[in-house]
Design a protein around this ligand. Sequence first.
Ligand SMILES: NC(=O)c1ccc[n+]([C@@H]2O[C@H](COP(=O)([O-])OP(=O)(O)OC[C@H]3O[C@@H](n4cnc5c(N)ncnc54)[C@H](O)[C@@H]3O)[C@@H](O)[C@H]2O)c1
Length: 369
Amino acid sequence: MKQLRVGVIGGGLMGKEVASAFGRWFMLNDVPAVPELVAVADVNPRALDWFRQVSSVKQFTIDYHELLANPEIDVVYAAVPHDLHERIYSDTLLAGKDLLAEKPFGIDLDSASRIERHVGQRFVRCSSEFPFYPGAQRVYQYVRETDLGELLEVNAAFLHSSDMNPAKPINWKRRVASCGQAGVMNDLGLHVLHLPLRLGFVPLTVYAQLQNVVKTRPDGQGGTADCDTWDNATLHCNLAGDVPMRLEMKRLAPGETNSWSLEVLGTKGGVRFSTKHPKTLWTYAGGAWTATDLGHASVFPVATGGIFEFGFPDALMQMWASFLTEREGLLGDRFGCATPEEALQSQFLWNAALRSYESGCAEPLPTNH
Ligand SMILES: NC(=O)c1ccc[n+]([C@@H]2O[C@H](COP(=O)([O-])OP(=O)(O)OC[C@H]3O[C@@H](n4cnc5c(N)ncnc54)[C@H](O)[C@@H]3O)[C@@H](O)[C@H]2O)c1
């Protein structure tokens, strides 16, 4: 099997999850490449230190340019604050590396458009792992293969209670300067939109309700800091045929922890899945809802078969398997990671949502996106 050397830029939350996913790669069957984490760049030496327990990592640097200059590295995974996306993604592509980028793929629409111009011949995808849950895959399959009758509505959500405590100190995700004007949409939005876009549910207009409820937070040094990002976003979109699609992205969702869900309803059939109940797929037919238990029926099979439950680290590993398989040109009809074009499409929606908040009206989206 082909060995691929990966460098991580940004060894925070997501950098660590990626190291963990690579560490149990031997559980996957039928993936044509094995990723090896060989280098980490982070401006924070303490973040670098965590990676010293990963024996494959040979390069530790506080300057990501040194990592990009390393000829051994085939693929870069960059997981840094949003204000650094444009510079670091562009430098990565100009250095001739392939890239698994993190969402939102630039701090705003202009930034995302500029990054896209550097893609050229490089293989680039954007992180969005929730569609790789077996339940999400079943929703995808069901909508494509089942006669739902007239489409009634689509509802997708990604909900967190992570910010319910107003005493939680501020961090970069709660500041417009580093998270972006779109706030929670930049943070959680591509997760919500990726699968609907793949199913052809493209918003034509959007009416946005945006809430900034917690306006200040402790700054971690005894004072307070402005917390100027949107905490919650509820987007009422219109699809072709006047079908409503509601997208919810919330950091203030009481009791919710990483709850991703998608529901598609038609006059004859319907389907819904939430990571809140990762084993359960709900389908509607003949006037009744039926719950089906799901096993580990993942896109890329695992060594222990389908008997155990599936979770977030599994989804991340599946996404990487899809990325590396597609990079080898061997994905076939299996599910692929979010493309730069889809990331850009999401940025068009957040941009229109911000305009809608200002105007108080539903705003149109460009039809070629
Ligand atoms: N796919 C997912 O499920 C998911 C989940 C959370 C975050 N994210 C995304 O991942 C990215 C990072 O988020 P996170 O939660 O890991 O953030 P984090 O704050 O935990 O980690 C970011 C890391 O980047 C480092 N960094 C800052 N400037 C740097 C520079 N110039 N060079 C190298 N490293 C630098 C920081 O020191 C920190 O260790 C964001 O784009 C975020 O939206 C994705």
